[in-house]
Design a protein around this ligand. Sequence first.
Ligand SMILES: C[S@@+](CC[C@H](N)C(=O)[O-])C[C@H]1O[C@@H](n2cnc3c(N)ncnc32)[C@H](O)[C@@H]1O
Length: 195
Amino acid sequence: MSGVVATQEKWNKIYSSAESVGDAVAVLKENSHLLPAQGQALELACGMGRNALFLARQGLETAAWDISDVAIQRLNEEAKAQNFSAGFHAQIRDVVKEPMLPNSFDVIVVSYFLDRSLVPAIQDALRSGGLLFYQTFSRLQVDESGPRNPDFRLADNELLSLFSQMRLLVYREDGCVGDHEKGFRNEVKMVAQKR
Ligand SMILES: C[S@@+](CC[C@H](N)C(=O)[O-])C[C@H]1O[C@@H](n2cnc3c(N)ncnc32)[C@H](O)[C@@H]1O
């Protein structure tokens, strides 16, 4: 079985038994005032599209791409139930094999997906002034939550280096500093703007 098919099967199984789409991630909800009033948005590796649905509710024309056909089917059903048929485009797509075209989006959201090879394509895909919202797991962690494979977790301040060409608007990485019962732990969140 190829790696791509194995990934697709793994996620199809998870989404077949997922109860609901769930809520948008914190980096998007907490910073939604930064979103443009109109434009084109993409949720990359969207799963069941919790962030894409949030973007569509803000009035943005929204694309949502994921390799899992089960996730995309469930997202399309949800979008229809929420009356998002026009201006909402969910697509089964391997984003590594088929990344975004340059200058095609005003907003890109990535949550809990990390493929470092896509960093140049993400930056190129944003139009000038466009925003990237990113939230995912960090290697600095205070418990066992999230993936065990360190490749799927960000090294200390890594997101800042990966997107160092962009203008930083929001960054939070509490790491293991201070009271572990409080704060934003195990993850990193960032909003950055293409210059
Ligand atoms: C941890 S889930 C996160 C889903 C979503 N971003 C969220 O936060 O709910 C990772 C997602 O990446 C997708 N994925 C993995 N490799 C992919 C690829 N090459 N192209 C598109 N999607 C991919 C999986 O199908 C899965 O939905």
